[in-house]
Write a protein that binds this ligand. Structure first.
Ligand code: NAP
Length: 299
């Protein structure tokens, strides 16, 4: 392997450390404890694992964690009543509803109900619009995490060619906007893109967020590029029968011989997502109280 490994696990620990320091200062200087409320509807086992991880890390950085578990058949009216309560609660600075929600609920309507100033997932149309207009808002956690890794690795990205594969509201579109803000020349590719390999070969920064295991091959990558692998696919483990392993969108073994730097899966982008959720909660808390925002934790 010739590429430098971008260690998202270590970088996420640094981000959590900065968040914890800021939380300590907010408590000591202003008597304010940032609070994150997580709403879980139903009993999806994977969602329960994510919510437990978020709770643990929220408490570890010194913030208040409020968990609300609702039954799978909760009505939209009851869910909205809870969100309204959290919107009005001054001890709650961030609100997140864990997705997916059961089919009778609309994710878009749930996100729209959350006060944009507390939308720490950055998924509301208000926050998406603020990002697209170059104004201050809350940025979706995974793209924010990728931006932090890229800034740390590259410093200035001005003038670089960036290609993002994937155009979801959750990731691809906000990632493209963030790279545009960094003055990259940005291409957002998707399932209809013609000659995807050729498009990717232009990229100084290649970000893959598709969910197709190992689709990005060595001959798709410009020598010396920085490659960020967001995709996660669970596949049967080749050596351990009955076990599974996580694969990214990038063929790591091949591409790490061509790229200058690359994120692994797992241990790359994944750990940055919760770290950025905590960062967004501190940012939201500072804005709500008219205080200076923490440095290095925002877009
Ligand atoms: P998504 O909503 O399913 O979007 C996937 C995107 O990939 C779509 O824009 C789709 O294009 C595009 N695509 C599908 N097949 C393609 C192909 N053959 N060639 C080029 N583009 C193709 O997924 P998402 O929510 O953005 O997530 C993408 C991946 O990132 C998933 O594996 C997800 O698990 C992972 N993820 C990881 C984290 C993390 O914390 N590490 C966070 C978020 C997402 P169309 O729009 O044309 O259909």
């Amino acid at each position: 392997m010739s590429a430098t490994l971008i260690d998202g696990k270590a970088f996420a620990a640094t981000v959590r450390g900065k968040v914890a320091e800021h939380v300590t200062r907010l408590k000591a200087d202003h008597g304010i404890t940032p609070g994150l409320a997580v709403v879980l509807v139903g009993e999806d086992p994977a969602s329960e694992v994510y919510v437990a991880a978020k709770h643990k890390q929220t408490v570890e950085v010194g913030m208040a964690s409020f968990e609300h578990k609702l039954p799978a058949d909760v009505s939209e009216a009851d869910l909205f009543a809870l969100i309204d309560e959290l919107n009005a609660d001054p001890s709650v600075h961030g609100i997140l509803c864990q997705f997916p929600v059961p089919d009778h609920l609309s994710e878009r309507a749930v996100v729209a109900r959350i006060d944009p100033a507390k939308d720490v997932d950055g998924l509301s149309v208000v926050n998406a619009g603020l990002l697209a207009s170059g104004e201050v808002g809350l940025v979706s956690c995974t793209p924010l995490g990728c931006l932090m890794l890229l800034r740390d690795r590259l410093g200035s990205m001005s003038g670089l060619e960036a290609v993002v594969i994937g155009r979801s509201n959750l990731f691809g579109k906000p990632m493209g906007q963030l790279l545009l803000r960094e003055s990259c020349t940005v291409t957002i590719a998707h399932s209809r893109t013609k000659d995807l390999a050729e498009v990717c070969r232009r990229a100084d920064i290649l970000v893959a967020a598709v969910g197709r295991a190992e689709m990005v091959k060595a001959d798709w990558v410009k020598p010396g590029a920085t490659v960020i692998d967001v995709g996660i696919t669970r596949a049967p483990h080749p050596d351990k029968p009955g076990k599974s392993k996580l694969l990214g969108d990038v063929d790591f073994a091949e591409v790490s011989e061509v790229a200058a730097a690359i994120t692994p899966v797992p241990g790359g982008v994944g750990p940055m997502t919760i770290a950025c959720l905590l960062a967004n909660t501190v940012t939201a808390c500072c804005r709500a109280n008219g205080l200076e925002e923490p440095e290095g934790l925002t877009a």
